[in-house]
Design a protein around this ligand. Structure first.
Ligand SMILES: [Fe+2]
Ligand SMILES: [Fe+2]
Ligand SMILES: [Fe+2]
Length: 407
């Protein structure tokens, strides 16, 4: 089976997930993509190259999962560990055949222009990476201002950038950026509403591709790694939920195509967690009444992103219903009974089991017997599906190990 999806829309949705890490500072990737293209237009780059640059700009910070690391991105022009997120981003992109060509651009997007020759990269890589670095840093300088104030303060930002021309940044690019920055339109087009309009227009124009299940699985896995990297308490969570869900689905005799869809939904189920501040995700004690909805909202955020990607396709629904329960006491839609698809019930059980097997800030990993007792308790309370729980009971040891349990 393949999914007819717009590559632009897919990358846009991924970029929106990355925006979640910024919590309040959103759309950084999109601004970087759009500004980079403006500079490239002035430099006379052809359309194909500009398109790739736009995508690379949207995804350039895919190696950043924690709000702490994001803090560095928005306060410093250069910082000592900048290379870490570049290397992670390179690794993630290399794992997806549709995105692998962008990996070297992301690898060097915080490397000084004067250091690039030592890295022995091609001219194309050096230029792509440096144009992203340049506008990325401009966006950081501009971040504290609205579009009108940014235009007004442009000379101040440009004077900082010019100081680094030839060292951090390619001189021709600095010159082109300087020219771009004289127009009001350059700044006003970065306004969130304008960006949204521009992106909507692009996604209507962009051609659609048939993305096969293997490609989709690799994109979903890439995002699972980004989500799981957010906290060491959630390392491997999405990957294990996906694998355990598939194991249960296959064991219950579900056809292979649906099993593959369940696995993909498993990888994506906690996308919304990227928005939860690290301090809440890693809190050792109970959450306050304000923190609890922030935590719960992740399932709805998953839905919003996946709806943009898949529309009402089952994958979006299976993934976002993972905290729904049969008795209607789950969240965020409070679905109950027949409204809760069987596939989502499988992911729901896999999610609970994996979370119980994992060390959490407030308790250690639980042994299989204790996991079984808790799952039984939830089943008796009318929350979980009988067939799924029976399968889990019959294959307790295998499921527990697959969830990460070690004897
Ligand atoms: Fe970056
Ligand atoms: Fe969740
Ligand atoms: Fe989860």
């Amino acid at each position: 089976m393949s999914y007819r999806m717009s590559l632009f829309r897919t990358i846009d949705a991924l970029s929106s997930c990355l925006d979640f890490v910024g919590i309040d500072d959103v759309m950084h990737g999109k601004r970087v993509g759009i500004m980079a293209v403006r500079v490239a237009e002035l430099l006379g780059w052809d359309e194909d190259r500009r398109q790739t640059l736009l995508y690379a700009g949207f995804l350039h910070d895919c190696g950043v999962s924690t709000t702490d690391e994001h803090g560095n991105l928005v306060t410093e022009l250069e910082w000592s560990n900048a290379d870490n997120h570049c290397k992670r981003g390179e690794k993630y992109l290399n794992e997806v055949s549709l995105f692998a060509h962008m990996a070297p651009y992301i690898r060097y997007h915080h490397t000084r222009w004067e250091d690039l020759p030592k890295k022995q990269v091609s001219q194309d890589v050096a230029e792509m990476a440096n144009i992203i670095f340049l506008v990325d840093r401009l966006d950081i300088l501009r971040a504290a201002y609205g579009p009108a104030e940014a235009f007004d303060n442009r000379e101040q930002f440009l004077s900082v950038i010019r100081k680094y021309s030839g060292r951090l940044f390619c001189p021709e690019m600095v010159e082109a950026l300087d020219k771009c920055s004289h127009s009001e339109a350059f700044w006003f087009s970065l306004d969130p509403q304008m960006l949204e309009m521009h992106i909507r227009e692009q996604s209507m124009l962009g051609s659609k591709l048939d993305i096969n299940q293997d490609n989709l699985r690799s994109i979903a896995t890439m995002f699972a790694h980004i989500i799981d990297a957010k906290s060491h308490f959630t390392a491997d969570h999405s990957v294990r939920v996906a694998q355990l869900s598939r194991y249960i689905a296959e064991g219950l005799g579900i056809d292979q195509e649906t099993c593959a869809g369940i696995e993909i939904a498993g990888y994506l189920h906690d996308l919304g967690k990227l928005r939860i501040p690290d301090a809440i995700l890693e809190k050792p004690g109970p959450l306050t009444t304000v923190e609890r909805p922030t935590m719960k909202r992740h399932a709805y955020d998953t839905y919003e992103i996946l709806y943009r990607l898949f529309g009402d396709d089952t994958i979006a629904l299976w993934a976002s219903f993972h905290h729904e329960t049969i008795n209607g006491e789950g969240y965020p839609f409070q679905l109950s009974g027949a409204k809760l698809p069987f596939e989502a019930r499988i992911i729901g059980v896999a999610d609970i089991v994996q979370a119980l097997v994992q060390n959490r800030p407030y308790r250690p990993s639980l042994p299989s017997a204790e996991v079984m007792t808790i799952v039984d308790g939830m089943f008796n309370a009318g929350r979980l599906d009988e067939r799924v729980v029976n399968f889990f009971r019959d294959h307790l040891q295998e499921c527990w190990q697959m969830a990460g349990g070690v004897d």
